[in-house]
Design a protein around this ligand. Structure first.
Ligand code: PLP
Length: 443
């Protein structure tokens, strides 16, 4: 056997080679088809092989594919920044383009720290996040992430940043009932700010809906309004990590729209190009940029490929496609159908403890005992078993276990926003079969 050269996620595993994709399906080199019910890593929001995007890509490539941002700007990058400002909650944002969600959250962290420095405040350098969170894999982004499994190996290299309780009603960190909890999870932010001292804290970062570290965990209504008020009261910037929730995924262009909150900074990635090319963005409100404009005039970050015209042109075409076809609205409608289909699957599958999410960002939490919400022992590897079973049946779902100690196994179901009702039925039936097979194995 010839030796391998490509480092794959699990070095010893076999990964099918994908030959092409069309709509919500991917096809491997042996002709097997996969219903992409996770949009890859919640990325391929408009599905695969969309001709309009391919045309836009080609058109830009025929003009210019690369310019260096320290030498030139480009029309696609300028237009994309304007378009995002018009779309974002409350408008009036500047955009800094990067290549991955991790770079976007890390840049948001740096801009938040710089915002204070430019005003002569040098002690505000910490960013608070939540225990159940994932903000990226680079060291700065991982420092802000609570995700236990992804941090563990690198703890000596990470900044020790404060973590607060997540708004995880299924397993309330305070063992309270949602109807009478007084939103103790939001108040936890204030408790931690008071303990550490606001003079040390630059920002608070949160995913509007918790993704990889929890499996589409939606906070109770009123949570983000309370969080924003706490941030304002203590002079702390609010960063919304919309890398997974952004660009129509949850039934609104930005996740924070559901709660009417305007973050000071926003990180975007994944759906911004729907996976057609790597691009991500950090958005900063006018008032965040003001001290930088009045001060050093330089945002101290950037990458060779930042503001790449090819990627920006693709993003613009993706936004045209999403807005032209009203895919935010479609995500809301299809999301409702899919949620109902998943609830029907759950009726006959007692290991599904919770069905949750918003729009087409949905999740299932898997438990050994539904009434007692007992998680499976980690050694069972329940999430991975289900992901593999589903894949064998031609269904792609996204694992979201290992994010936080004590939480159960979870998967994310987040198909492209163009999914049809027939495809939702197919998704549900393949999922049901996979869950039944896993139940037979483990019960
Ligand atoms: N933030 C969130 C909420 C994410 O879900 C992810 C990736 O899953 C990231 C940041 C990191 O993005 P990337 O993998 O593009 O670096």
């Amino acid at each position: 056997m010839t030796r391998e050269h490509l480092i794959k996620p699990l070095l010893t595993a076999h990964y099918p080679t994908i030959a092409y994709g069309k709509g919500v399906f991917l096809y491997d080199s042996e002709g097997k088809s996969y219903l992409d019910a996770s949009s890859g890593a919640v990325t391929a929001g408009i599905g695969h092989g969309v001709q309009e995007i391919i045309d836009a890509m080609l058109a830009q490539a025929q003009k210019v594919s690369f310019v260096y941002r320290s030498q030139f700007t480009s029309e696609p990058a300028e237009q994309l920044a304007k378009r995002l400002s018009d779309l974002a909650p409350g408008h009036d944002y500047w955009s800094f383009f990067v290549n991955s969600g991790s770079e976007a959250t890390e840049t948001a962290m740096k801009i938040a720290i710089q915002y204070w420095q430019e005003q002569g405040v040098r002690g505000k350098t910490k960013v608070i996040s939540r225990r159940m969170s994932y903000h990226g894999i680079t060291l700065g982004a991982l420092s802000m992430s609570g995700h236990v499994a992804r941090r563990r190996r690198f703890i000596p290299l990470l900044e020790e940043l404060p973590l607060v309780a997540p708004p995880y009603c299924y397993r309330c960190p305070f063992h309270l009932e949602a109807s009478s909890c007084g939103m103790a999870c939001a108040d936890d932010l204030e408790t931690v700010i008071k303990r550490i001292g606001a003079e040390h804290i630059a920002a608070f970062i949160a995913e509007p809906i918790i993704g990889a570290a929890g499996g589409a965990v939606v906070p109770p209504d009123g949570y983000y309004q309370q969080i924003k008020a706490i941030c304002e009261r203590h002079g702390i910037l609010m960063i919304a990590d919309e890398v997974m929730t952004g660009i129509a995924r949850t039934g609104a262009m930005f996740g924070m729209e559901h709660w009417g909150v305007e973050p000071d900074l926003i990180a975007l990635g994944k759906g911004l190009s729907a996976g057609y090319t790597p691009i991500a963005a950090t958005l900063a409100k006018d008032h965040v940029m003001e001290p930088i404009l009045a001060g050093s005039k330089i945002v101290m970050s950037g990458h060779t490929f930042s503001a790449n015209p090819q990627s920006a042109a693709v993003s613009l075409a993706v936004l045209d496609y999403i807005e032209g076809r009203q895919l935010a609205k479609a995500a809301e409608e299809k999301g409702r159908c899919l949620l109902q289909a998943l609830e029907r699957v759950a009726e006959g599958c007692p290991i599904i403890g919770d069905v949750r999410g918003k729009g087409l960002l949905l999740g299932l939490e898997l438990v050994a005992d539904r009434a007692a919400k007992t998680p499976f022992a980690p050694a069972v590897g329940l999430t991975q078993r289900l992901v593999e079973r589903a894949m064998a049946k031609g269904l792609l779902i996204y694992p979201a276990a290992g994010g936080v100690e004590g939480a159960g196994d979870a998967v994310i179901i987040a198909p492209p926003l163009v999914i049809t009702n027939e495809e939702i039925d197919l998704l549900a039936s393949r999922l049901e079969e996979a869950v039944h097979e896993v139940m037979e194995e483990v019960m």
